[in-house]
Every structure is written in C-alpha cells, then in structure tokens.
Write a protein that binds this ligand. Sequence first.
Ligand SMILES: [Zn+2]
Ligand SMILES: [Zn+2]
Length: 338
Amino acid sequence: MKAAVVTTPGNISIESIPDPTPGSGEVVVEVAACGVCGTDLHIFDGEFAPRFPIVPGHEFAGVVVALGADVSFITEGDRVAVDPSLPCHACRYCRQGRSNLCDNWAAIGVTADGGAAQYAVAPQGNCVRIPEAARLEDFALVEPLACAISGMDALPRRPSEHYLIYGAGTMGVLIAGMARTSGAASVTVVEPRAERRLGVESLTGADLAVASSDEADRRDWDTVIDCTGVAAAIEDGLSRVAKGGTYLQFGVPHTGTRVEIDPHRVYQHEITIAGSMSVRNSFERAVDLLSHGALDPRRIITAEFALEEYRSALEAVRSGQGLKTQVIATGTPPRSID
Ligand SMILES: [Zn+2]
Ligand SMILES: [Zn+2]
C-alpha cells in the first residue's frame, strides 16, 4: 500500500510498504480521509514519536476491509471513525478511567503507524460506527471534536459565563462553537490573523472576534481557553481570568515553553488553572454530535490533499492556512475548498 512515512525528523516520503495485517482483536480500515494537525507537525519535527520510521495520522475514518482473529463487534464493510488512543488498561491512571494520562501512553499515528496511508490497523474497540448516510470523510473530524469535548469536560461549566478563547484555528473554532451551545453568556475569540478572524462569528456563534483582548468590551472573563499553545497568548489569557474563574490550557505549547504568572492573583482571586490532553471518554459523544448536525463539516474542512502531497498538507497546516486540512489516499487530485 501507499503510505506517508516520516523516516527521520524533518524527512517524509511517500512509500510503498506492505499492507497491514490485523492481529487478534484488530481490524484493517481502508482510510477515506485523514486529518492533519499540529500534532503531526510535532511528529514531523521529531518532538513526539519515540520511533522512526512512522506513518503519521491519528484523525481518520474509513471502511473496515479485514478482520483479525477474535473480532466480534465489528464486521467487514462497517463504516467507522477510529479512536487513536492505545491505553495500556493496566496502569494506575487507566484503572481510574483517565486513560489519556496512561503511564504507557500510545496512540495510532503517534507511536504506532497511522492513517496517512491507504490502510491502517486498529483494535476493534477503537472503531465507532457512523451513520449510513453520513459522508465518511466528514467523520475524520471526530478525533479533534472528541478532544474539544474533553476540553469542555475539564471546565466547571455554569450557565451564563463569559468565555474568552485564544485562536481561531480548527480547535479554537470547535471549542468556541461548543462554548456557545453550552449556555455561554458571551463568547469572544482572540485571533491576530485577519483572514482567520473572518467568518468566525457566523461559523461558531461567537459574539466577537478580535485581534487582541484589548479590543474587547470586557476586561475579564469567567472562562479563558488557550487554543494556540503560544506563550504570549497564554500569558495574556492568564491575566484575563475573572475572580473565581478558570483558565484552560488546551492548545499544545512546545515542550519547555515558559510563561510568567502572578501567583498572588491566582490565590487572591481563587483562579483555577486546568489542562486537557487528547481524548477521554469523548469519542462516542463526538460521533453523536457530528451525526446530529451540530456543526457543518464542510465549513471546517477547508482543504484536501492527495496522500502523495502529504508534505504540502503539513506545510499548509504549519502556515495556518484555512481550518482543517485532510489527506485523501484514494488518488483524488488535490482540491482546495476555500
Ligand atoms: Zn490531531
Ligand atoms: Zn495505562
């Protein structure tokens, strides 16, 4: 099969590699579409993957085409979205139901070969069936949406809060949309790039999209969520949390990023600082949300590349073009939707 292979940090090539064979309890999925995100950039840059070569791709959906031994819940022809999480189920965190914090953390497309290929292997328990009528490619959005749901789970949500969200990339847009439908009094999005600010209000229901929090009419917000991982945004965000409010680190900063906080204010104003990493018990709910039309995937997926163009897809993500970029392995030519 054809696959995008990161051979060493900074090097990726399209290679012909053996078709995957499913082990016990595993299935082979013919990939319909695979999303590309910042995590793939971290892998390409050599920050995440503990081994090379690796086939990236942790956001994908497709059709089950082969079954391993002892597969009873999934059949050939099932259309599925694949949860990339590969928790050990044995460590203290897995046993506490916090498998995203697994001591032996592993994931399809991060530590094991992923969906940037014609076929990918997954445990049957990672496959969630999607509706018959649904467009398969849209359900490659389930993984980032499941991360956004996990992020919202990390908040002590009360009705009628004021939200400030940094970043109008894919994750910022998903989080802003979810805040809006979760009973927010107001949602403000900070995005310095003018082309990204455009249309954020109509896409997410946000009240306001501004280049800097200084431009907003409020000075502080009950819930502040960083979806950028950028130190300047994080520092600004931490300084904008209202008394009794919550700051959520949802964007992925580079390892070793340092920011200044005012611990006296954290104390005096009883501010909560929370984090949210990856997917936790949210994959099914993301399938449900998408299945019931809670968001329009065609407005989120803004570019499709052929698998052969994986490197260009990575560069498109790095440059911050559009929202979700996908690669399609079936040989369709690159198509720009926006
Ligand atoms: Zn991702
Ligand atoms: Zn574990």
